[in-house]
Design a protein around this ligand. Structure first.
Ligand SMILES: [Zn+2]
Length: 121
């Protein structure tokens, strides 16, 4: 057994973390749904406050995209757990490692692959 493999206890701990994240992100998406709605041009507000409203809306939409991406990763992590292949890098298939998963249980890549991806984009 590879020393980077997760123990059943660690897996259970990470499953709880994923489930909690799934709850949090679903709530965040729920509460932010209103502010991300397109600004109506018929809204009776001045030009400046309309620009503010559009900026707020763009920020809310960017936040929501982040939540949605993370939620998809959380759900992918949970279904990988069911398949029994959770904790392996989607790119190089090395174990991601408990230290990293404890911080980002939904992390789809190991640290070297994640960093390679971030420097490329
Ligand atoms: Zn990797």
């Amino acid at each position: 057994m590879c020393m980077d493999d997760l123990t059943p206890d660690q897996l259970e701990d990470l499953r709880q973390k994923l489930l909690a994240l799934q709850d949090d992100l679903t709530t965040l998406l729920d509460v932010s749904a209103d502010s991300a709605r397109p600004v109506s041009l018929d809204q009776p507000i001045g030009r400046l406050s309309r620009m503010d409203a559009i900026q707020d809306q763009q920020m809310a939409q960017a936040n929501r995209r982040g939540y949605e991406l993370r939620l998809r990763q959380v759900q992918a992590g949970l279904s990988a757990m069911d398949e029994g292949d959770y904790g392996y890098c989607k790119k190089c298939e090395d174990p991601v490692g408990y230290a990293r998963l404890g911080v980002r249980p939904e992390a789809p890549f190991c640290l070297p692959c994640q960093e390679a991806q971030e420097t490329r984009s």
